[in-house]
Design a binder for this molecule. Sequence first.
Ligand SMILES: [Zn+2]
Length: 212
Amino acid sequence: MRTRHPISENLDSLIACRSCDLLLDRVIPPPGKVARCPRCHHVLISNKRNVIDNTLAGAISTAILMVAAIFFPFIALDEAGLHRDASVMDAIGAFADGWSAPLTIAVAAFIVVIPVTRAAALIYALLPLRLGKKPPSQAARSFRLAMALKPWSMAEIFIVGVAVALVKVTDLADVSLGPSFWAFSALIVVVVFENSTLCEWTIWRLLDPKRR
Ligand SMILES: [Zn+2]
């Protein structure tokens, strides 16, 4: 991506950096390469193959893993002959009493509701494209919602917090990790994969019939 003054007056040939707002002439990088903002090095266009396939794979994997994460046991504790299973819903409900009740809503939103909503929005917007059909009527709104929710989707951060807490708990009791724990761990890999392959500019171009 190069800067040039004055930049083009044709708005369709411009691109703005989402990180620092620098306005640039759009230059599409060669296949497999990325174009970065010269000021802050934020990725502007990632001209990778199979952007739709990879993004859909990430969204569908997130939805499946989240079902496993919610319905399977998360962790089991054994201490002095006592056994206790805990699920993710138990962890969310642990804040439900007293002044910390709003935390229940926040935790449920950040680790379950928002990641699932985001995955559903991406699947709704992109699956018809993958099947060779026209984008659905609300595809643009749906994709915009998915992008807006990205910073608030924290399922993978939850598992990092749990891992830190487990270091303390293992001193007090025998800990067994359940399928839900591994489902959340797999979500970290899926999120990293999805973030590294999702090119917003490419998908916007595919969603806009005038530019296809
Ligand atoms: Zn920038």
